[in-house]
Design a protein around this ligand. Structure first.
Ligand code: ELE
Length: 207
């Protein structure tokens, strides 16, 4: 599963991160993102009713659906049970890594410094999310790729149409598109055409 996860992520290169207080229809949101060329969709745990949203999204099409901002082993188990196909954390979370490994689900652990990247690898991360990427910029990923040439790095936090290509060019295997593509206000309004438009603009900027 890990090899499939990585090879597909390396090909698609964009994960949409949904952090929204209100989601009228998670399946419709996923369809809107896919129509704009994004097939990896991470629903974050700060979203109320996350497990129910995951179940709704996965019932329609589970491909590429994951859970983010996972902090504990218990949360990991609940979200895997709700259908998450992979887990993402903001930082190195050993219990999340353990629960993901026990369930055979890929995990992307968050890190910022070289020490944390090393820790994430020790914990069995399938990929390492560099967060917050905007604070250090694309050049920082190039620097990290020196000592960690084979580590799949994912740039997250403040990635937009203007800097996504630079992050991908300097060493990110994939980038996360959060509030730039999926702003909470558009999600709450169910403005799927605008979300599709933003997803398309973002994926086009990555070419
Ligand atoms: O750590 C987590 O759990 C995250 O999901 C990190 C950020 O919230 C996302 O990367 C979205 O960030 P923006 O693109 O700036 O909206």
């Amino acid at each position: 599963m890990t090899a499939d996860f990585l090879s597909q992520l390396s090909k698609d290169r964009v994960i949409a991160v949904v952090r929204a207080p209100e989601i009228p229809d998670a399946a419709a949101l996923c369809a809107a993102l896919r129509a704009g060329g994004i097939r990896w969709i991470e629903f974050t745990r700060t979203t109320p009713g996350l497990a129910a949203h995951l179940r709704r999204a996965v019932a329609e099409d589970g491909d590429g659906i994951g859970a983010g901002t996972v902090m504990t082993g218990e949360q990991a188990e609940e979200l895997i049970d709700a259908g998450a196909r992979y887990l993402v954390t903001p930082g190195c979370r050993p219990d999340v890594a353990k629960a993901a490994s026990a369930a055979g689900v890929p995990v992307v652990l968050g890190a910022l410094s070289p020490t944390e990247v090393g820790l994430a690898l020790d914990l069995g991360a399938d990929a390492v999310k560099i967060f917050p990427a905007r604070a250090f910029g694309p050049g920082y990923l190039r620097d990290l790729a020196g000592p960690f040439p084979d580590v799949p790095l994912v740039a997250s936090g403040g990635v937009d149409e203007d800097n996504a290509a630079a992050f991908l060019a300097t060493g990110a295997r994939a980038v996360c598109a959060g509030s730039n593509v999926v702003p909470p206000s558009l999600v709450a309004a169910g403005d799927w055409p605008e979300i599709t438009r933003r997803a398309r603009a973002f994926t086009d900027s990555c070419r």
